[in-house]
Design a protein around this ligand. Structure first.
Ligand SMILES: [Ca+2]
Ligand SMILES: [Ca+2]
Ligand SMILES: [Ca+2]
Ligand SMILES: [Ca+2]
Length: 483
């Protein structure tokens, strides 16, 4: 193992031109290597000090989810041994539904991953997805072939994914001298394929620790080997074992008989010892979800079953109340009525997708309102959500357009898919006796001109011995021939 100082002096002693080739990438990799080295030391110490840990699975959920709302859930799997054929299982309680957006995160790389559903059980087959999370690796390298090294040193790349990858313009850089070898145009590695490359920029050091860094055409790190030396001058060299194994640690590597262009042997795994996998997805609670829910999660693989401790959490439910009232109940033609509609959530969960509508009686005509007035004398409005304790009030005006025996207006509200709760409210108004003289606004008149007036009497309850007394304004003379 190298100390920080010895690594630094090796690099400073190398070809300074190479430092320009890769800008700051080398220092980044140097620190990332140091971090990996430290982690390896920590892991080794744990192995020495502690008994072997078994794989663990935990299920995390929001502490509370509301009916008709969506929550983000996560399964976290920490793997204690290399495993194949990985799949995740989740039992979801009645009333809950898978709401999509599943992704898996391994080594910080997200990948989408949809489950299949059987009854109340969701299952994710993770093997294929994990394969797509992988990347090209420097799989094997011979820094000291038998005899003279110049022109005979080689590096093997391996593509573990299920798609071919064009590596034209990518480059290899050695950690000791900082020299670069460019990968020629037109180089493509097929799925599960190998590519052998000759080291053509001088010779790789044998008797000092060296490493090979693989950068893509944009100069981003794709892979990095462990630091290693080969003083054997024979066909033994450093290789990832099992073939392609990549946990960023020294245990990925074995000094063994070279297998250029072929598998390094062993059985590759979906996930390796010490790796952690996060499976994230959304669930929604339907109208029928219970007030408490439990989830059971399992991870299955070639090395057995790991169960998560059961998780129970609270389900909140909104309870909306709807009230609506006019500023007067006895009305006459021409009155302008102000309506107030109030929604209140006194439940312990938010109401999502709240919609309200007001259908006014045909004798009332909706007038001033902020909401778009829809045809048929109906007003609609909505709220994305109403939190527990939240109140929302809307006012609008309607004019009494005609005299009717009574006026019944209908107010309705609902929320959630289904909906989860529906409310109907009928509000009655009665006509009142009223006399109206029109027009009743100031107007200009010429001498000799006619000023017409009209008197309406709305008598919804009928009338006996009806008389009307009207005072003629000063300056006007009654003209019974008027209209
Ligand atoms: Ca040699
Ligand atoms: Ca060798
Ligand atoms: Ca060499
Ligand atoms: Ca090989």
């Amino acid at each position: 193992m190298k100390s920080l100082m010895s690594i630094k002096s090796d690099w400073e002693g190398g070809n300074s031109g190479a430092h320009r080739d890769i800008d700051g990438t080398f220092w980044k990799n140097y620190f990332s290597k140091l971090l990996r080295f430290s982690l390896t030391v920590v892991l080794l110490l744990q192995l020495i000090l502690l008994p072997a840990l078994s794989s663990s699975l935990s299920f995390s959920a929001p502490s509370k989810i509301d009916i008709s709302g969506e929550g983000a859930y996560e399964m976290n799997f920490a793997c204690s041994e290399d495993a194949l054929g990985l799949s995740a299982l989740l039992q979801i309680p009645d009333g809950f539904d898978y709401a999509g957006d599943a992704k898996i995160i391994l080594d910080g790389m997200p990948s989408t991953c949809e489950p299949s559903q059987t009854g109340r059980s969701l299952e994710w087959d993770l093997s294929g997805v994990l394969l797509s999370c992988q990347h090209i690796v420097v799989n094997e390298w011979e820094q000291n072939p038998e005899g003279t090294d110049g022109g005979k040193e080689w590096i093997e790349l391996y593509n573990p994914t299920s798609r071919e990858i064009d590596i034209s313009g990518w480059k290899l850089v050695d950690g000791y001298y900082g020299k670069t070898v460019y990968i020629p145009p037109g180089t493509v590695i097929g799925a599960d394929g190998y590519q052998l490359l000759s080291w053509t920029n001088g010779s790789l050091i044998n008797s000092n620790l060296d490493c090979i860094l693989l950068l893509d055409a944009e100069g981003r790190e794709v892979d990095l080997t462990s630091y290693a030396k080969d003083e054997k001058n024979n066909n033994l060299c450093w290789a990832r074992y099992a073939n392609g194994r990549d946990t960023d640690g020294d245990p990925d590597w074995r000094f063994q008989v070279a297998t250029p262009g072929l598998s390094n042997g062993g059985i590759s795994s979906d996930i390796y010892t010490g790796e952690s996998l996060h499976l994230m997805f959304n669930l929604s609670a339907g109208c029928g979800a219970p007030s408490q829910a439990s989830f059971f999660a399992e991870m299955l693989s070639s090395v057995g079953k790991t169960s998560a401790p059961a998780v129970t959490f609270e389900v909140g439910r909104a309870n909306l109340s709807l009230s609506a009232w006019p500023d007067r109940f006895d009305i006459a033609r021409g009155d302008e009525i102000t309506w107030t509609v109030l929604l209140e959530n006194d439940g312990n969960g938010a109401a999502y997708g709240v919609s309200v509508n007001a259908t006014m009686h045909q004798g009332l005509q909706i007038a001033a309102t902020d909401s778009p007035n829809s045809p048929n004398n109906v007003l609609n409005w909505s709220y994305a959500s109403l939190a527990p304790g939240q109140r929302e009030q809307v006012t609008f005006k309607a004019e009494v357009a005609s005299i009717q025996g009574s006026y019944s207006s209908l107010f309705q509200a609902g929320w959630g898919p289904g909906p989860c709760q529906e409310m109907d409210l009928v509000c009655m108004q009665s006509p009142r006796t009223a006399i109206q003289k029109l027009p009743d606004q100031p107007r200009s008149l010429a001498v000799g001109g006619l000023a017409g007036f009209e008197i309406h009497a709305d008598l919804p309850g009928g009338a006996r011995e009806l008389w009307i007394n009207d005072t003629i304004p000063r300056g006007l003379i009654y003209n019974q021939k008027g209209n």
